[in-house]
Each structure stands twice: as C-alpha cells, then as structure tokens.
Design a protein around this ligand. Structure first.
Ligand code: KIV
Ligand code: ZN
Length: 514
C-alpha cells in the first residue's frame, strides 16, 4: 500500500477561475513560492493556451520553483499540449495535465463526439504530452456523471498511452461521498493496468461535499487530491487544501496514508491567497477562519483549560496560527525589515523598491506600534496594486462625518495623469467617498460586495477592505489596506475600478469550446 498522499494544488488555475480572482504574474509567483514552502507536491500553475498572460505566468512559475512539480493544463488537442509543453520548458520537474469530457451529456451536447472519438483524442493527447515530459496526467472531465464502463476503458487506454496519473473529477460537484468512493474503488479494481498510475480526485463544492468526496476517495485508494487554498475555485470552489491535509493528519487512525505538507505554513498561505485574490476567509471557516480555534462558551473554555483535548482536536500552532508573527516596530532597522521580507519569500527587484517599502513600513510603524507579518504582506500587496493601477490613482481624500450631519467627501484622483477633484454626500463616510469617486469617473459599475477585515488585532490595526464591482457582466475585485478604513475603502474601490476599466486581457477558453 502506497502511504504517500500527493497534494496537487490548483489555486493558480482552478482557483483563478473564481469570478474576480484573476492574479497577475507576480502575484502567481508569490503564491507559487508559498506553495513550495508549504511543500505542495504539484503546483498547477495555469492554462497556457488561455492567454499570453497565462502562458507567461506558467513560464515564470516553472523557472522559479525547485522543489515542487509544476503542472500546466491542456485540453486534449495538439495546440494546447504544445503550448503547455513550451510554457513548462524551464521547469525542474514538469507535468502536463490533459483533459477531455467523458460523460454522455458533455460528449453529446458539448463536444458532439462519439465515445470512440473521445477515447482516440485522449490517447493521442497523452502520447503527444509524453513527447514533452514523462509526467502526464489525464483527466476524464465530468467523471462524476460518466458511465463506469466507459470510464474504465478510457482510463485503461490513457495509462497504456503513457499517463502516469489518472484524475477523476467531480466537475459539477454532483456526487455524494459513498457514490464517489465506489467509482474510485471500482476503477482501481477493474482497470487491468491501474497499478501503473496514481489515481487522483478533483472535487467541486456545489453541494458542499468537495472535501467529503475527496476524503472518501482517499479511503478507497486515491493517492492524489487536487485542491486549493481556502477552497477557492470555479463556482462554489474546489476541495480546501487545509481541510484535506488536516483531516488526514488528524485521523491517522483511519487513513493509511499521509501528506508531506508543512502544516505550519497553512495559515500564512491562506492569508496570502486571501489578500492577493481579495476573497476573504469567513470567520467560521475550518482550520483557517479567525474563529476556528476560538472557544466562546464558558463550558468549552473551562474544559480546554482543564485538558485541551476535551474540545480541541488540533493545535492552532500546528497550522501556523502563532508561527511567523515576529513583531517589528518603529525602532526596527532596514536589516530586520529586509530579513523578514526574505523569510516571507517577498523578493523586491531593486534597492530602490526596498527603500520605498522600508519608507512605507516606517510610515505604518508611526501609526501602529507593532507590525506583524500580515501587515508586511498587506503593505507589499498594496504597493503592487498601486503599481498595476496605471490609469486611476487616489491622491487625496477628506471625509467629514459627525453626529446628526450628512457625511461629506472631497476626493482628488489622477486619471491617465490628469488631476480631477469632486465632492459628494452619502449615507456614511464610505458611501460619500464612493459617490465622489464615481461622480469623477462615471464608470456606471455596480458595487456587488464590500467587506472590511482587521488585518491584526487592536484598534490601531490596519483595515483591509475588499470590494467587488460589476460592469457589463465583467467582475473585478479590489483591495486596499490602511490604518484608516475609509482610506482603505477608497483604495480598494479605485483598485477594482482600475481593473474594470482595463481592456479585457484574459480570455479563458471555456470548457465548452473543447
Ligand atoms: O473540474 C474539472 O473537471 C477540471 C478539470 C480540468 C480537471 O477542472
Ligand atoms: Zn475543476
């Protein structure tokens, strides 16, 4: 029995398919390095045929990652596979992941292909991918709704053609744990050459069962799980990496396998992904939510104080809740700051950038006594956001808000270098500043979501604001951090509007185009 459970992280690919979660190349590289630190086995870095930006991101990740395998996604067609192979050229260890749909509904209605044609394409794609690398994964898209006999045939053919991993996705999140486990078990029993490949699962969370389905499959022989940090992903998301890893680690009495994940990096990784994508983590989220280890009831607190295991099945420090929180302050020097950046894997490209980050750090330290890792991450993310924001910049904001008076905002922005100022009243200080900004820009966009989180504890903490805006069915997330939450709110709004006003750069081919 193979007792290693391979963790395949797809935050940068399926995770990025969450509406509004687009990441820049630099952001993807930062997340990839964090995943490497977490000791993820395989990092799916993107879908190179989707856009030049996706190609370059996969290339950049492939060049910097040393300890994890870097994987690129390709539909089962020659152009996709060659593009994936090209993007992975610099990788120390490269995997091509090719897929085609195998369910009757997808084959008939989407692909308009007979099962035999689908099987031929799968075999040809795997063979072509093997020309680029010995590490080839084949996915039977919508396996969760596929016929078992056909799934067995295509799996056997893909392995015979050279696939080293067979992935069984529940693409639409339709399966229940027992049913999904049976599919995996039967495949392992019935496919004659099954022993030559690792069986993997990739579950979506439409019914809230992605983690449960993945774990049921692992208990029945799957030895790779595809998952994402914070469960990010298409629609309701993918299985959450942190939940899979900690369930298997905590229930070693039931699992005959384990991962080699460095669990102490889980919370830092969750924070980084939340801050870059602008998808905050709900407080009651398992493992990484702010309340995951907080006991409110007196009975629980009393029990934990008497004997921790009465109410705790894991230790907060084992998933990184207290790790890496070294505090810097206004007396910390440039060297301490530089070395903390290095420990956080934040690479600034020049001394100039370091100087400007250090100056921002000093500004923040003047307003806030203790600077935590999360503050430094936010400081760098904020600066990166400003760098990306070429068109609109927030120059000045003044908001008057007092009891019994209507809040009033005065805003100055530069738009393509030209200064514009305006005023507006609103229901509150944030509303007034958003109205003033919209008056100046006339974007006609709609605010779908506004959320504010405190980055660390205390009333002097930085507020991190996330907004989501929509314009003509395009969605963009924006973030901003500041010790003043009204300024953080304005920064987040400007960040989102910059994205929505940019020309559509990304063009993911939809799976229906396969
Ligand atoms: O959900 C899915 O089926 C996928 C495949 C490309 C593996 O993301
Ligand atoms: Zn998926």
């Amino acid at each position: 029995m193979n007792n290693k459970l391979i963790i395949f992280d797809t935050t940068l690919r399926d995770g990025e398919q969450s509406p509004g979660a687009s990441m820049t190349k630099e952001e993807k590289v930062r997340i990839a390095k964090m995943l490497e630190r977490l000791r993820v086995d395989v990092i799916e870095a993107g879908f190179p045929i989707a856009s030049p930006g996706d190609f370059e991101s996969v290339q950049a990740v492939a060049r910097v990652i040393q300890d994890s395998t870097v994987c690129a996604l390709a539909r089962a067609n020659p152009a996709d596979i060659d593009r994936a192979g090209e993007a992975l050229k610099g990788a120390r260890s490269a995997r091509i992941h090719t897929f085609i749909a195998t369910s009757p509904i997808h084959m008939q209605m989407k692909l308009r292909l007979e099962p035999e044609q689908v099987l031929e394409r799968a075999v040809a794609a795997v063979r072509q991918a093997r020309q680029w690398t010995d590490d080839v994964e084949f996915s039977a898209e919508d396996a969760g709704r596929s016929e078992l006999d056909f799934l067995c045939r295509i799996t056997e053919a893909a392995i015979a053609a050279g696939a080293t991993t067979i992935n069984i996705p529940d693409t639409v999140g339709y399966n229940l744990p027992e049913q999904f486990a049976t599919t995996v078990r039967q495949l392992l029993e019935r496919v004659p050459n099954a022993a030559k490949a690792v069986f993997s699962v990739h579950c979506h969370n439409d019914l809230g069962l992605a983690v449960a389905n993945s774990l049921a499959a692992v208990l029945n022989g799957a030895r790779q799980v595809e998952c994402t940090i914070n469960g990010l992903g298409e629609r309701a998301g993918n299985a959450a990496l942190e939940e899979i890893v900690m369930a298997v680690r905590t229930r070693q009495d039931l699992f005959d396998c384990d991962t080699t994940i460095d669990t102490i990096q889980i919370v830092p990784a969750s924070r980084l992904v939340a801050s870059i994508t602008g998808f905050p983590v709900q407080p009651n989220k398992a493992i990484v939510g702010a309340n995951a280890f907080a006991h409110e009831s007196g009975i629980h607190q009393d029990g934990v104080l008497k004997h921790r295991q009465t109410y705790e099945i894991m230790r907060a420090q084992d998933v990184g809740w207290t790790a890496n929180r070294l505090v810097l302050g206004k007396h910390s020097g440039r060297n301490a700051f530089r070395s903390r950046l290095e420990q956080l894997d934040i690479v600034l490209s020049s001394e100039e950038e370091l100087n400007s980050a250090f100056a921002r750090f000093k500004d923040l330290a003047d307003k806030k006594h203790e600077i935590y890792d999360e503050d430094i991450q936010a400081l760098i993310t904020d600066a990166n956001l400003e760098a990306v924001n070429e068109r609109i910049k927030l120059v000045y904001l003044r908001v008057c808000s007092e009891t019994g008076e209507t809040p009033h905002a005065t805003v100055t922005l530069t738009v393509d270098g030209e200064e514009r100022s305006g005023v507006a009243d609103g229901d509150g200080p944030v509303d007034a500043s958003y109205k003033a900004i919209e008056k100046l820009l006339r974007t006609d966009s709609q605010l779908l979501l506004y959320s504010v989180n405190s980055i660390t504890g205390g009333t002097d903490a930085q507020g991190e604001v996330t907004v989501r805006v929509e314009k003509e069915s395009r969605i963009a997330n924006g973030q901003g951090a500041d010790t003043d939450i009204v300024i953080a709110s304005a920064k987040a709004y400007v960040n989102a509007l910059n994205k929505i006003m940019q020309p559509l750069e990304r063009a993911h081919p939809q799976r229906s185009e396969v």
